[in-house]
Design a protein around this ligand. Structure first.
Ligand SMILES: [Zn+2]
Ligand SMILES: [Zn+2]
Length: 409
């Protein structure tokens, strides 16, 4: 099979996961992927019985572990599991992405997990099992199964998060740690921040959306060079074929800085009291991703930026793919016009740009300024160019509150 350049989003959800949009079915996932320019998605939530029935009904097997919707969008089987357990006297809560090569592996894993939890209650089930035991179970079911720790830095559910995580992948996975070949950086960190962590040198850093609604699909994604097979795609995202990742501005993420939302307190690590308590109410602060990476980092940031907005490791180019930053098209247009992101003006302009230039990500990332101007206006083209250059002002997120991005143009 021949390799192609593919945009993939392997952290998705269905309408059966807690607090997701009721519109998330295969037809909507496919239509949105096409509009945005995503080539391959995970199904999300395959342990949910009703969703798994829908997947078997709405997807056709096109071979090599890849499934297609009626409109042609490609899927592999993937889900997120919330592992909850106690280890070394501490309660642990860790989210893992699990990718499996076919429905027989999916069904077998669901069978086993169904003995531990009620899988019909949540598409992203909470299961009393350690991250290691869950992984061993998935590998036993099919040794091609892939485990990717999800949004690893988030305080509550990240493998390396401040509240219930670990200080290293080794602590959680022991002698099996080498089988964890990729981590998801999450919205509040970017690859450059992760490059500071020695333990991640031998691991791929991937970005996916964790979308709970169609609008947020692909807000982060990974570009790979791969053939259209489960083995090809999973080996690519585990480091063998990453071309680049496309990222949220990390300050925009809701756990970027330290803080206490109830008190409106947001603090840089350098401003944070040593006891980690809120200066207003004395309750513990939620320590964000910047702080957590500072605490575990083994080296300073090493980045260089190219003219096209691609951000590279300043020393290692072979094993560290570059990344770029993106703001959703509706949000860019909202700023360009000074109206809300869900208004008719924004919707009409987005439709026109996509009709003319291919897909949302083509518009945002690769279309020429003159083509964007021709399909919309100079002002819109200026806003998109400013985002590509990174000319934005951001009020950083903290303690569950998203940051706000303002484009400078
Ligand atoms: Zn999660
Ligand atoms: Zn407080």
């Amino acid at each position: 099979m021949t390799n192609r350049r593919l945009r993939v989003d392997f952290h998705t959800h269905s309408r059966f996961a807690m607090s997701t949009s009721p519109s998330l079915d295969i037809a909507t996932l496919s239509a949105t992927a096409r509009r945005k320019g995503l080539d391959v998605l995970t199904t999300g939530d395959f342990t949910h019985p009703a969703w798994c029935d829908e997947l078997k009904r709405d997807l056709s097997d096109v071979g090599d572990g890849v499934y297609a919707s009626d409109s042609g969008t490609r899927f592999i089987l993937g889900t997120e599991i919330s592992c909850v357990w106690k280890q070394d006297g501490r309660g642990r809560r860790v989210h893992l992405l699990v990718l499996v090569p076919d429905f027989s592996a999916a069904d077998e894993l669901s069978n086993r997990l169904g003995k531990l939890a009620r899988l019909e209650s949540d598409g992203r089930p909470i299961i009393k099992i350690s991250a290691l035991d869950l992984s061993l179970m998935a590998w036993e079911v099919d040794d091609r199964s892939v485990i990717i720790p999800a949004h690893v830095w988030t305080p509550w559910y990240g493998l390396l998060g401040s509240k219930s995580g670990f200080d290293s992948i080794g602590e959680a996975f022991g002698e099996h740690a080498h089988r964890i070949r990729a981590i998801e950086s999450g919205l509040s960190s970017d690859p450059a921040m992760n490059w500071r962590i020695g333990e991640l040198d031998s691991r791929a850093i991937v970005s996916f959306s964790d979308a709970h609604s169609p609008g947020t699909m692909g807000r982060e994604f990974t570009v790979v060079e791969s053939d259209m097979s489960f083995d090809g795609l999973t080996s690519a995202v585990q480091g063998d074929g990453i071309v680049e990742t496309v990222e949220f501005f990390p300050e925009n993420g809701k756990y970027h800085l330290n803080g206490h939302r109830k008190c409106g307190v947001r603090l840089e690590p350098s401003e944070t009291p040593a006891d980690g308590r809120c200066p207003e109410c004395n309750r513990p602060l939620t320590l964000g991703v910047v702080q957590r990476i500072d605490d575990l980092a083994t080296r300073p940031t090493q980045v260089s930026m190219t003219k096209g907005g691609l951000i590279r490791h300043s020393a290692i180019h072979e094993t560290r793919p570059p990344f770029r930053r993106m703001v959703r098209l509706n949000d860019v247009l909202s700023e360009a016009f000074g109206v809300g992101p869900n208004t008719k003006t924004v919707g009409r302009t987005a439709d026109a740009l996509i009709a003319e230039l291919g897909s949302e990500f083509d518009v945002l990332l690769s279309a020429s300024v003159s083509d964007i101007t021709a399909a919309s206006s100079e002002r819109v083209a200026a806003a998109i160019s400013a985002v590509r250059r990174g000319d934005v002002d951001i009020s950083p997120g903290f303690d569950g509150e998203y940051g706000a991005v303002k484009i400078s143009f």
